[in-house]
Design a protein around this ligand. Structure first.
Ligand code: SME
Length: 163
């Protein structure tokens, strides 16, 4: 396989997401296995942006429970209830959460004390059902913005439908 992990931190973010998406599509072309795809996206995202934690929490009991899935980074919490913390809020409301300061987020779950900001994006299956959330944590406050939201939501739309 010719593709390698890319470090995209020197690029303007919108451009970085365009390149990342192209790479993910090239590597995962024709791959119809969710865990394989989630593992590969975690790896490419993590190395592209160098954040603290990058990965997925999968829906194991719809409407109730998330369990950690493929990820890169330090040890993640194993399970999160819908409605709890940033991931559980993204899952229960089915909306992206962009949190500039995790310490100001009611009920934030601390897996790694260095985490300062995060973004969590809902992930849907082929029938539009919620199957996971993508969680990225940074050790810097205010690391994520609308460009990240658009870039990651676009990547997850591709994962959900166009593969
Ligand atoms: N901070 C998250 C928990 C997951 S970890 O950070 C990997 C939250 O509040 O949902």
């Amino acid at each position: 396989m010719a593709e390698q992990t890319l470090d995209l931190r020197d690029l303007p973010k919108a451009q970085a997401y365009t390149q990342l998406k192209a790479q993910v599509r090239a590597v995962l072309d024709g791959v119809d296995d969710d865990v394989c795809a989630m593992a590969t996206m975690s790896c490419l995202l993590h190395h592209a942006f160098g954040h603290l934690w990058t990965g997925f929490y999968r829906v194991v009991v719809p409407g109730q429970l998330l369990r950690v899935g493929p990820y890169q980074g330090t040890l993640g919490c194993l399970e999160i209830r819908f409605g709890k913390g940033v991931c559980g809020t993204a899952a229960s409301t089915d909306t992206t959460q962009v949190v500039q300061d995790v310490h100001a987020f009611p009920g934030h779950i601390t897996c790694d004390a260095r985490s300062a900001s995060e973004i969590v994006v809902p992930v849907h299956g082929k029938n539009h059902e919620l199957i996971a959330v993508l969680d990225i944590d940074s050790e810097h406050e205010g690391a994520f913005d609308e460009v990240d939201r658009e870039g990651l939501e676009s990547l997850m739309r591709w994962f959900s439908g166009e593969r």
